[in-house]
Write a protein that binds this ligand. Structure first.
Ligand code: DX5
Ligand code: ZN
Length: 211
């Protein structure tokens, strides 16, 4: 499978977001990962659709919007209208019925749907969703902040997921050149990285090393 690198703009300099986007785009990023946090599902607050809308005007790359929010069904429409190409919701925040209705909404707009699960959530929890979604995002840190250490349990989880899921598998949290190797070995093909990429002296080298 094609390995895709998705810089997480959570670690970018928000005072010059447009320039940061162009920088990772030039350095070979495949997607832009956008972390949306509501202060309820996770203990941090970040950005909403209004910022996504302006990001949309600053890059050609697909916007991969990671909703770490409660009641995502209420907000997916706004994120679609803002120009998202991919939207991930957390299994901890939706019922299967809500997920089905989100899937219908996204399909209408040709936006891809991802399901994510926290490190503490068993793989079995997302099994009923696998037939509905376009990709899975495995969290390898507890969501809320960039720069945390990779939780090794994500490796076995990804391996088990790969055995039953043929589409894209993303891993998010604590990805650097050594953890990237481990998750690729077990079948992950989308690597999301914030601090490793934006903290690098040479961003192109950082992206190449993940790939
Ligand atoms: C964590 C976010 C991640 C985070 C990754 O809550 O979902 O996308 O920005 O940052 P690093 O790569 O620094 O762990
Ligand atoms: Zn994320």
């Amino acid at each position: 499978m094609k390995i895709m690198i998705a810089p997480s703009i959570l670690s970018a300099d928000f005072s010059k977001l447009g320039a940061e986007l162009r920088k990772v785009e030039r350095a070979g990023a495949d997607l832009i990962h956008v972390d949306v946090m509501d202060g309820h599902f996770v203990p941090n607050i970040t950005i909403g659709p209004v910022v996504v809308k302006f990001m949309r005007q600053s890059t050609e790359l697909p916007l991969d919007v990671h909703l770490m929010i409660q009641n995502p069904a209420k907000y997916v429409g706004a994120f679609v209208n803002a120009g998202s190409d991919m939207i991930t919701v957390h299994i901890e925040t939706v019922s299967l019925k809500e997920l089905q209705s989100i899937a219908k909404r996204l399909k209408k707009s040709k936006v891809m749907l991802g399901i994510s699960l926290n490190p503490g959530t068993a793989l079995a929890k997302i099994k009923p969703a696998l037939g509905i979604v376009d990709f899975v995002l495995v969290m390898s840190v507890n969501p809320g902040f960039g720069g945390q250490a990779f939780i090794p349990g994500a490796i076995e989880k990804t391996r088990q997921l790969r055995a039953i899921f043929a589409k894209d598998i993303a891993v998010d949290g604590g990805i650097n050149n050594s953890t990237a190797k481990l998750v690729k070995q077990v079948g992950a093909n989308v690597l999301i990285a914030g601090s490793y990429i934006f903290g690098a002296k040479n961003i192109k080298q950082a992206i190449d090393s993940l790939r």
